[in-house]
Design a protein around this ligand. Sequence first.
Ligand code: NAD
Length: 345
Amino acid sequence: MMIPHRMTRSGRNWRRGIEKGMHMSGHVWRGKKVLVTGGAGFIGSHLVDALVNEGARITVLDNLQAGRWTNIDTSSENVRLVEGDVREAEGVNNIVRETQPEFVFHLAANASVPGSVDDPCYDFESNCGGTFVLLNAIRLAGIRSRTVVASSGAVYGEPEEFPIRENSSLAPISPYGASKLAAEIEARMFSDVYEMQISMARIFNSYGPRMPRFVVFDFLKKLQSGPDHLEILGNGKQVRDLNYVADTVTGLMVLATDGGSGEAYNVASGDSHDVTEIAHMLLDTLGLRDRTRISYTGKSWSGDAQRWEVDIEKIQSLEYTPVVPLKEGLEQVITWYQQTFGNIL
Ligand code: NAD
């Protein structure tokens, strides 16, 4: 059952980094009908902010499994919230038929790798089944939406050659990576067989305010409960490409307007650091470098890729440029974290 919602977001005064990396294309988005699935989540809510700024008319579909309506500023008349599940074909068919979106961003998914290991059924049904339901709804509605499907760097699994390019081998090592790869295959099929315009965004570690999980958030949580010691999962040598959420959002919007159909693109910063380096940068920013002792568990979690160094040439050819440096992005996250969860020190 789909339940429309109207709520007002609680006050939030951290600086809106989102505006900084915006893909400025007001004439493209103004007045356009846009459907965002998973829009109450971390990346989705920033995408909704950006689309509101650009003057789009947005319908958000989310089952609130991980997202929250309070992530979304509903003061704009241009945002409509619908509580519903992408696994339910009837509801999804209705909402697509009613809204006739010109653009669709499909972000609704289980977005957690450990979550997918714990509950592979939910992961498969939402990520793989939900993608099928949504794309089929667009087909049934007979509309020419431009669609972006959120995939993940997890489709590459544990790559052996670097940097990771879109034509690198695809060998997922988690239920999540497998369900995202299956979603990509569906998207390509709908693009080929039904000539639908669909691009796939292989997103790598997005971080920023409202992030619900991932390495930077985990470190801040641990430091808040005890700033003298920081335990890092694994050996700290895992290499990550952290991309500030405003830049991730820009990537999604660039793909919506300019992405090739049936094409997958890495959406990343192109700048990688190992996890220990990231910890040091956080500690420096917090003034804790001399105080906090770092230790390692030695063993990481199942499905944790060791090295992500990402080539972003393909999306750069669409004039995508990540603009928020890691240091500045981390400062923004720290500010948001302390305003939301209290001071770390
Ligand atoms: P998130 O968990 O904050 O957002 C996902 C949203 O989808 C949530 O609001 C959740 O409630 C909703 N959802 C889950 N199952 C649903 C269902 N069956 N029906 C309707 N809504 C459902 O995660 P996020 O980090 O914002 O990720 C957004 C998208 O980007 C996801 O598809 C994720 O797999 C992908 N992605 C994210 C990252 C990252 O670094 N954050 C990396 C790679 C890929």
